[in-house]
Unconditional design. Sequence first.
Length: 314
Amino acid sequence: MKPRHFLDLSDAGGDALAAMINDAIDRKAARTGRPKGAPDADRPLEGHVLAMVFEKSSTRTRVSFDIAIRQLGGSSIVLDAATTQLGRGESVADTARVLSRMADAIMVRTDDPAKLTEMARFAAVPVINGLTDRSHPCQIVADLLTVVEQGKPLPGLEVAWLGDGNNVLHSILEAAALMRFNVRIGAPPGYEPESAFIALARAAGSRVTLTADAAEAVAGADVVVTDTWVSMGQEHTEGKLAAMAPFQVDEALMARAKPDARFLHCLPAHVGEEVTEAVFEGPQSVVFDEAENRIHAQKSILLWCFGRLREQRG
Ligand code: CP
Ligand code: NVA
């Protein structure tokens, strides 16, 4: 049987994404107060091993996937590319075939999305996108879970993105298409997201606006999101930082959003660059709920890959 890969949000689709969020809410509530490494009562993935391949740095993705698979009854192995044969030139295809004989699922964090699709092409077990330069779908499952937890329904939600048009924004746009919310992008010229992601969201009926005016982007928003101005592997240029400066999320910008708007950031943050300390530490910020929710979202993604989400079990 063909494995069920999670390379991007549209691999799952809107119904499965909604099911992932619901299952995450239920599982999170059911284990309140338990030690973080203790398995859920039903141990749905008992004995399953997740191999995690990192060609880029990670704190949240690495730890949350490890804790997620433990809570589902399984375990994980971390492979840092620098200390594996992949880092010495062994092919992605051979790595995929070997890991498929030794593990039950593979998570990959890499630069080039072509490496991820190559891994999926040759793997006989589910492959999960743990971030590429193009997208970061696991992050957005956690973000949507956080927004729903805050009492905000997704259809019709107004999400403002400020700053660099990067991999995280691409996955937000993909989610907008699936969950029918709107995205207002405030980005300097030259740093907009790939037009294909905007087209995808618009084709699904989402309103996507693009402006170089930060105040216009956040006006009336339910959620304000930003990310680092310089992603992993990108060149750090003074010109880019100067172009991004007007898009720093500060209290004046947050005041233009709805009074009960929430601030999200996938982290790691560069406080004083893309966001001020007052906003990052302020009452509208839910960034540490968002970080914790990586665990709960990851569990739903793993369960979906194995056909074990509640809705899939029938
Ligand atoms: N947000 C996120 O993916 O964090 P890490 O880079 O620490 O995994
Ligand atoms: N856009 C960031 C996200 C980090 C989780 C990066 O790619 O570095």
